[in-house]
Design a protein around this ligand. Structure first.
Ligand code: PEP
Length: 238
């Protein structure tokens, strides 16, 4: 089965709604899914209560700090996530690069800290260029650091390829472009590559059928349990 990651972003605003959404997702999931392949990235605040009710999906944090403990007011460390029983953490999402001014140096430190704590980072890499050759230059810059990580640690990494023009736009990227970009990423670093950018139940198969694409990362469509479950159904067959 291929990977399906839900990125709830800063939604929902109430714990009760988050619990309902997770329960509904689990209710609609088809049989035969693998828990480690269905990942729900929920807001930090909800991770602990959701961990008590998540049976069929793995939970992920949407962000993490680059130190394990200490005088870093307001931050959450990789060790804290691990002690909560989490396995996955998203790092470097384009919204964090934009709104929180995270640069590649910070993102690299977060990946290193997450790996050091035994987590599996889902590193988001974005492109602005619409031709694969121009996009490759951007990808190389964002992947230089992780391509040098030791093979044993690198094996825990997942890459989410998310062209900036496709995220939240309602206009997913061309599947051929995505397939070729994923192949380019594999030439730089041989780890699973997921696609993210306006994926829904109508378009997921276009990406999941690509050999070079190991899964999808779903933002807004993941807030609808039926739609998210339908995407999982497609991933199960892919
Ligand atoms: C995302 O959150 O990374 C994302 C791909 O969002 P959306 O599916 O809404 O474009």
């Amino acid at each position: 089965m291929k990977y399906v990651v839900a990125n709830w972003k800063m939604n929902p605003t109430k714990l009760l709604d988050a619990e309902r959404l997770l329960s509904n997702i689990e209710k609609h999931l088809p049989g035969g899914t693998k828990k480690e392949r269905i990942i729900v990235a929920a807001p930090f605040l909800f991770l602990h209560p959701l961990a008590h009710i998540a049976n069929k999906v793995s939970l992920a944090a949407q962000n993490v700090f680059w130190e394990q403990s200490g005088a870093f007011t307001g931050e959450i460390s990789p060790e804290m996530l691990r002690h909560l029983g989490l396995r996955y953490v998203m790092v470097g999402h384009s919204e964090r690069r934009l709104h929180n001014l995270e640069d590649q140096k910070v993102i690299n430190r977060k990946v290193d800290a997450a790996l050091a704590a035994g987590l599996r980072p889902i590193l988001a890499v974005g492109t602005t260029k619409r031709t694969v050759s121009a996009a490759t230059v951007e990808l190389r810059a964002q992947l230089r650091h992780v391509s040098r990580i030791s093979p044993a640690k690198r094996a825990r990494l997942l890459i989410a390829f998310e062209p900036l023009f496709a995220i939240g736009s309602g206009k997913p990227a061309d599947p051929d472009y995505v397939a070729m970009a994923a192949q380019q990423i594999h030439r730089i670093i041989d780890v699973p590559v997921l696609y993210g950018g306006s994926v829904d139940d109508a378009t997921a198969h276009e990406y999941l059928k690509q050999k070079s694409v190991a899964g999808v990362l779903v933002g807004s469509a993941s807030l609808n349990a039926r739609i998210f479950a339908a995407i999982v159904r497609t991933a199960l067959k892919a």
